[in-house]
Design a binder for this molecule. Structure first.
Ligand SMILES: NC(=O)c1ccc[n+]([C@@H]2O[C@H](COP(=O)([O-])OP(=O)(O)OC[C@H]3O[C@@H](n4cnc5c(N)ncnc54)[C@H](O)[C@@H]3O)[C@@H](O)[C@H]2O)c1
Length: 349
């Protein structure tokens, strides 16, 4: 029997999302953790010990690991402003990259990111984790197969009641939740419907008492899609709002609502709940999907598929860039109403 290739992986950024990546992949037969890197040496060391079977290295700087021939894949789980330079170094060293969203804090940097990734022989996948979630994949299939007919209304809300203020304050320095979370929702809208966003509008503001300068922590965006569908998303990281997650897709022939397991009123052990109403037959059905919300191993396997079969990945760089451009336009609208600047290199975006 042909032996499965074992991929050497380095994690850069041992924070909130870095931990979710590594704890889902470190024990897999085809994965070997080579190194863990973080500005905080003690954190990198803890990760290397915990996930590296006693062999993984650690450091505050990743450069020395890029020459290792047994390193194949780098997971970039750092702040958006560092993504471009780290990805450039990794691909120049011939390593494949799984990079957290958003691609960058500005359109200019994101465009450069895509140009460098396309010019390289390495594979680069932007981590839009919902693309690899079994519940979302099922709903994408249903909507694309016509389960709700012509899609007329999309409602998406994700508010976080922030418990780790320091972490969110650092993320806010790079971008607002309208950008950081918004890239997921705009991507989901395009993926589920195959439609394009034709116009957008938005409002936002400051809800928490203290946030970094020149930003805002809450926003709501309205959009028109190419078939006339109305869509909106709302995203906030505040220390007072309640955590809330609404994902509803309404068509002329029915409606689908995704209720994540943690938000279910009953039978949480059954996993996520897809509530489906078929107007044509006047029937209501409940579909349970027992899956991980953030299936980091499925996402890494998507990158491995790109490497082994020369596939484009999901989302493609074009899809990730389109979602990013749209949320940056939303951000610009909100910032101008609040008299806040977008980063200078994007003044003509
Ligand atoms: N896909 C998702 O669902 C999801 C969820 C949360 C965060 N994210 C994204 O992941 C990224 C990180 O967010 P987080 O919440 O994990 O932040 P975090 O603050 O918890 O962790 C980031 C870690 O990276 C380290 N770091 C940053 N730059 C570094 C560098 N150049 N070298 C070494 N270490 C570095 C920091 O010390 C920190 O430990 C952001 O782009 C964010 O938008 C994605």
């Amino acid at each position: 029997m042909e032996q499965k290739k074992v991929y050497g992986v380095m994690l850069i950024g041992c924070g909130h999302i870095g931990e979710q990546h590594i704890e889902e992949i470190y024990y897999r037969d085809n994965i070997k953790i080579i190194a863990c890197v973080d500005y905080h040496l003690e954190t990198a060391k803890t990760f290397a010990r915990r996930f590296g079977s006693g062999e993984a290295e650690y450091d505050t700087d990743y450069h020395r690991f890029l020459s290792r021939s047994d390193l194949d894949i780098v997971i970039i789980a750092t702040y958006a402003e560092t993504h471009l330079s780290i990805m450039r170094d990794c691909t120049a060293a011939g390593k494949h990259v799984l990079c957290e969203k958003p691609i960058a804090p500005t359109i200019a940097q994101a465009e450069e990111f895509c140009a460098v990734a396309r010019a390289s022989k390495s594979k680069v996948l932007i981590a839009h984790i919902l693309r690899h979630n079994a519940t979302y994949k099922k709903v994408a299939e249903m909507i694309r197969a016509g389960a709700i007919g012509d899609v007329r209304l999309i409602r998406m809300v994700q508010n976080h009641h922030i418990m780790n203020k320091a972490r969110y304050m650092r993320l806010l320095e790079d971008c607002s939740p309208i950008v950081d979370c918004g890239v997921h929702y705009v991507d989901v809208i395009r993926w589920f419907t195959g439609l394009e966003v034709t116009s957008i509008n938005g409002m936002g503001g400051i809800v928490s008492r203290t946030i970094p300068e020149n930003t805002y922590d809450y926003g709501m965006i309205t959009m028109k899609l190419s078939n006339g569908c109305t869509a909106y998303y709302e995203a906030g990281w505040t220390d007072t709002t309640a955590s809330e997650n609404l994902k509803e897709f309404v068509g002329m022939d029915g409606r689908i609502k995704i209720i994540l397991a943690e938000y279910r009123a009953a039978n949480k052990e059954e996993g996520d709940l897809i509530e489906y109403y078929d107007k044509r037959t006047e029937t209501y059905s409940s579909i349970n999907v027992n899956c991980k919300y953030k299936d980091m191993y499925a996402q890494l396997c998507a990158l491995i598929d790109m490497i082994e079969n020369d596939t484009e990945g999901s989302p493609t760089l074009d899809d990730a860039m389109t979602a990013f451009r749209i949320v940056m336009q939303c951000d610009k609208i909100i910032r101008s109403s609040l008299h806040l600047d977008q980063k200078t290199e994007d003044t003509d975006a």
